[in-house]
Each structure stands twice: as structure tokens, then as C-alpha cells.
Design a binder for this molecule. Structure first.
Ligand code: AMP
Length: 586
């Protein structure tokens, strides 16, 4: 039997962790100390991209590789801090020439191509707010997010534009400029620019916009149970959190080669795939290709990756690929492994230990927190299955909401309640764009309520129990059931739609939809396929349901809301719980 705990001992580290004494570091930590280290004043100018790039480009690390891009096929391409600083200055000049100003919003929709990284950092230098869209989104999620954020500039590839945006362009009045990557000679779609040409004509020195700590920098969309997606606003000061967590939770050291496998279309890929390693002057590997077990082992080996940040779904896929594949590879440089986004099964923590020679360190955070909050830190013993302990500068607790809306802190160990965080920190979101009420509801006094259910044990380790709402976590990505239901309802045959996350061994949860049909429509295989195809075309592969089932009617509350909880309980053969609000129920 495996023990419940993986013990750490100081002589077991190849490189001494940045955080050795947890209690001591928590006591002495302050954001002012982090500011002093980064050379910023509490109310002085602060630009996240300048801090991440120019600080190094103007110093001894100028020639160090910032990103090593590995294309799906062909030769890797490296960019040093100095090169990236110049390219991003160029991009900022492109924006300025187009009349794109501080506070305007720029979206990126591309795979992990170099131009995306340049655009994100160049826009931030210009004070332009950046919002990433996942490249596997279909036209519907793209259009919704562009409308909510009144996106002014879109950077995308010629291929994605043609496939996903061109047909809906006239429905997006805010979108003034589209800058395309990978344009073939003589084939520029109407109303777009060839980014390479604009870059060639722009100067590579740029006087940065005068951003301050509270100016918006990033807009990350996340999903709720109801209504439209929520655009979480993050400010330039979030850089302090990215830096501090890069130090404590990812243990970044100056000579590391870091690989964050998350796509920058999501918050992890932005905060830790771009900003945190740059803030530390560390080299990052970026793989442009999709997951492939053998390729990943090869990257870990050949790129001499020392710190690896990945996700449970990817780990489970590696586990499934079997030990033979892993057999031929060696990872002498690898020294720290971390994972985020979904519960990490104890099995996976041990797999790391047994197959890669190192345990995997789970950590927890969410779009709204803007940075890692709770983590299995390198010097702390690991309790496999636990998310770890709050970082220095973070106070986590378990809360319970009373019926009258008041919130109490749960004092007892091991009691399940809502995970809450006390106080304010630099990367805490500053609002949901245009949705003040939804934002306000996340707070009770000085507590931020995360919506996740968890417990805390007697040693201060936090354990994830589940989400408090109906939002679906599939392959690490949040999917709002409402968004999927809305698209199904667009189909002429569909009268009602209810969408749930169905537990899945590989991706955590898969999207399953239940529909009832309008009179005159017959359920059957042909219609099921048609609905799957309709949803996939509109929503994209990342969001569309994988299964659709027909029901004569869907269970609703007396107030008319579809009871997803009941659909899920029935699907899983679980007790139906309290159904007193069920329409037609007792
Ligand atoms: P997102 O905002 O897309 O990053 O998703 C955040 C949500 O993912 C959290 O509220 C949790 O429900 C889930 N999550 C993130 N990290 C973990 C983890 N280590 N264990 C369990 N769930 C997690």
C-alpha cells in the first residue's frame, strides 16, 4: 500500500527551493517587499509587459532565450528577451498607428504561434487590454465574447479568420481592425491587414503608455451557470502575483527551462505560459502542436525542461499511453512538476513519483483569483489528493452561507463548506465587465467566495470536494451549460435543453445534453447526429456536447428553471436529493 503522505527532506532537493520555511515566509511576506524587488512604487507607473520583458532586455539577461517555439513540424525558433522586447515595441507601434489606444480591447485568436505572444505583450505595452480566445471555439462563443468586451482589434490567423470569423464579421460592429498572421501572397480578405507587413513598416522602439497598477490589462472570460460568459478584469498590478507565485508555487530559478502546457486562450496559459516565466527572466518552451504522448516525453527530454506545469487530463493521457513509451526517455534536468485546473487524483501524483521520478504538485486557483492561491509547495510534504496550503500573502478558509445571506467562517477541521479567500491581492479580479451585480455577489465583507466546495484538515491542507454550481470542467476548461443550451435551442427541432457534466475518466467531465423536441419532430439517430453537428459547428469542438439524449420533457422547478442537478443525478443513478421545488412534485 502506498502511504498517505510523501515526505520531503532538505537533502532530497537538487536545487534548494525558493521557499524553505513555510511559516517563516508567511510571516515575513508583504506585497511591498515584492514591489521593492521589482522596482515599482505602490502608486507609481507600472506596466506588466515592461516589467516582464524590458527589465531583462535592458539588463544582463538580454541575450537569454525568452521563448523557444516548437512548431508542429520544422525547426524550433528561439527569441531572446532583447528580440522579444523589440518585436513587442514594433507591435505597440502598429497599434498606435491604427489609432488603438490605452484601454481599448484587443483579442487574440490563434494557436501557440510566436505572433500571439508578440501581440499580447505589445498590446500590454500600449496599455491596450488583452483578451484571449481559445482557438477551438466556434463562431458563437467568439461572437459573444467580442460583443461583451466590445473588442476593437482582433489578431488571428488567416485560416481561423476564414473558418470562424469572416461569416460573422458584419454582426460585430465594435471590431474595427483585424490583423492576420500567415497571409499567403496576394490573398488578403477584405477588411483585414497583413500583420507581417504592418510589422515590417513599424519602428522597434516604443515609448510605453503611462499605465499604473490599477489600469486594466487583461480580460479573461469565464463561464457561469446562467447568462452570458463573465469577463473578469485584471489590472497591471497582477504582475506582482505572477512573480510571487512563480517563485513559491513553481519554484522558478534563473537557469530553469520551464514548460507550461496550457494554451494562452485560457488564464493559465496567459499568467503562467507567458507572464510569470518572463517576470523571472526564465526560458519557456512553447509547443505549437496538440497533445501527443511520445512527443511530450521527447520535449521534456530534448528541451532539457527543468520545471513542468501541466494539467490532470494531460497527465491521465500520459498514464494511459503506458510505461513502454516513457521507457526510452531520460529526464535528468527535470526537478519540479506541478498541475492545475481539475482535481489531481492521488494515482496521478504517485505516477509522477514512480514513472518520472518526481511527485506531481497539485495547485488550485481560478480565473477570478488571477494567480495560484493554494499549492503543494516544493518543500512541504505532499498529501496526495490535496491541493496543498495557501501561499504566502494568501489567507484561505472554509465558509458557510446562511439562508439570510450572511457568511460565517467554519472553525472545525474537515467540515465541507465554500472555499473563501480573505482580503485583497494584486491579481484579484476587479470586476466582471458590465455585470456589477454578479461581481458584488462574489464578496461578503472582506471575503471572496470562490464557488468551490472544499475542506481543510488539521494540518492546514485544503481538499477539493466539488464545484458549488453546474459549471462543467472538461479537460481543464470551464464550460457554461447555458451557452451550450442556448445553441441547442436555436435548432428548429429543440423545445428544451439541459446540459450537465458527466464524469469521464480521461477529461474529468464531458458535456452531455438532454433535449426535448417540439411537436412534429421524431427523436432518433439521424436527429441526434444533426444536433451534435449543429452544436459542434456553432460552438466549436472545445465546448460542444459529446452526447445528446432525448427526453419527453425536462424536469423544471416551479419557477421554470431546468433542474440540471436532477438530470445529473438521474444520469448517474444517484439519489435525487431535495426535489420539493420540482414542477408537479410534492
Ligand atoms: P478556471 O477559472 O477556468 O481556471 O477554473 C477554475 C476552477 O477549476 C476552480 O474554481 C475549480 O473548480 C477548478 N480547479 C482549478 N484547480 C483545481 C484543482 N487543483 N483541483 C480541483 N479543482 C480545480
Amino acid at each position: 500500500m502506498r502511504p498517505d503522505i510523501i515526505r520531503k527532506s532538505t537533502d532530497g532537493f537538487r536545487v534548494a527551493p525558493n521557499l524553505l520555511d513555510y511559516q517563516d515566509e508567511r510571516r515575513s511576506f508583504s506585497w511591498d517587499l515584492i514591489r521593492a524587488e521589482l522596482g515599482v512604487a505602490a502608486d507609481g507607473p507600472l506596466n506588466i509587459a515592461r516589467l516582464a520583458l524590458d527589465r531583462h532586455a535592458d539588463g544582463p539577461r538580454a541575450g537569454r532565450t525568452a521563448f523557444r517555439f516548437l512548431p508542429a513540424s520544422g525547426e524550433p525558433r528561439s527569441m531572446s528577451f532583447a528580440e522579444l522586447a523589440r518585436a513587442t515595441d514594433r507591435f505597440a507601434n502598429v497599434l498606435r498607428a491604427l489609432g488603438v489606444a490605452k484601454g481599448d480591447r484587443l483579442y487574440v485568436l490563434a494557436g501557440r504561434v510566436p505572433e500571439l505572444y508578440v501581440a499580447v505583450l505589445g498590446a500590454l505595452k500600449n496599455g491596450t487590454v488583452v483578451s484571449p480566445l481559445f482557438s477551438a471555439f466556434g463562431p458563437e462563443p467568439i461572437a459573444t465574447r467580442i460583443r461583451i468586451g466590445e473588442c476593437k482589434v482582433l489578431v488571428t490567423t488567416a485560416e481561423l479568420y476564414e473558418r470562424k470569423v469572416a461569416a460573422i464579421r458584419d454582426q460585430l460592429p465594435s471590431l474595427q481592425h483585424v490583423l492576420l498572421v500567415g497571409v499567403t501572397e496576394g490573398e488578403l480578405p477584405p477588411g483585414t491587414f497583413d500583420l507581417a507587413r504592418l510589422m515590417a513598416d513599424a519602428s522597434d522602439t516604443f515609448a510605453a503608455a503611462d499605465t499604473g497598477p490599477e489600469d486594466p490589462a487583461l480580460l479573461h472570460f469565464t463561464s457561469g451557470t446562467t447568462g452570458t460568459p463573465k469577463g473578469a478584469i485584471h489590472v497591471h498590478e497582477a504582475a506582482l502575483m505572477h512573480f510571487a507565485t512563480g517563485r513559491y508555487a513553481l519554484d522558478l530559478h534563473p537557469n530553469d527551462i520551464f514548460w507550461c502546457t496550457a494554451d494562452p486562450g485560457w488564464v493559465t496559459g496567459m499568467s503562467y505560459g507567458i507572464l510569470a516565466p518572463l517576470l523571472h527572466g526564465v526560458t519557456s518552451v512553447v509547443d505549437e502542436a496538440d497533445f501527443d504522448a511520445e512527443r511530450w516525453y521527447r520535449i521534456l527530454q530534448d528541451q532539457l525542461v527543468s520545471v513542468w506545469y501541466t494539467a490532470p487530463t494531460a497527465i491521465r493521457m500520459l498514464m494511459k499511453s503506458g510505461p513502454e513509451l516513457r521507457g526510452g526517455y531520460r529526464f535528468p534536468q527535470l526537478r519540479f512538476l506541478a498541475s492545475v485546473g481539475e482535481p489531481l487524483n492521488p494515482e496521478a501524483v504517485w505516477w509522477g513519483q514512480e514513472v518520472l521520478g518526481l511527485p506531481i504538485h497539485d495547485n488550485w486557483w481560478q480565473t477570478e483569483t488571477g494567480g495560484i492561491m493554494i499549492a503543494n509547495l516544493p518543500a512541504l510534504d505532499i498529501k496526495p489528493g490535496s491541493m496543498g496550503k495557501p501561499l504566502p500573502g494568501v489567507e484561505a478558509l472554509i465558509a458557510s452561507r446562511r439562508d439570510d445571506g450572511r457568511v460565517d467562517e467554519v472553525q472545525q477541521n474537515d467540515v465541507v463548506g465554500e472555499l473563501a479567500l480573505r482580503g485583497r491581492w494584486p491579481s484579484l479580479f476587479r470586476g466582471y465587465l458590465g455585470q456589477e451585480e454578479r461581481y458584488r455577489k462574489c464578496f461578503a465583507g472582506e471575503l471572496y467566495l470562490t464557488g468551490d466546495l472544499a475542506r481543510c484538515d488539521g494540518d492546514g491542507y485544503f481538499w477539493f470536494i466539488g464545484r458549488g454550481d453546474d459549471v462543467i470542467k472538461s479537460a481543464g476548461h470551464l464550460i457554461g451549460p447555458f451557452e451550450v443550451e442556448s445553441v441547442l435551442l436555436e435548432h428548429p427541432a429543440v423545445a428544451e435543453a439541459g446540459v450537465i457534466g458527466k464524469p469521464d475518466e480521461m477529461v474529468g467531465e464531458m458535456v452531455k445534453a438532454f433535449v426535448s423536441l417540439k411537436p412534429g419532430f421524431e427523436s432518433g439517430e439521424a436527429l441526434r447526429r444533426e444536433l451534435l453537428g449543429h452544436a459542434r459547428k456553432r460552438l466549436g469542438a472545445a465546448v460542444a456536447p459529446k452526447e445528446i439524449a432525448f427526453l419527453p420533457t425536462l424536469p423544471r422547478t416551479r419557477s421554470g428553471k431546468i433542474m440540471r442537478r436532477l438530470l445529473k443525478a438521474r444520469e448517474l443513478g444517484l439519489p435525487e436529493g431535495d426535489i420539493s421545488t420540482l414542477e408537479g412534485g410534492s
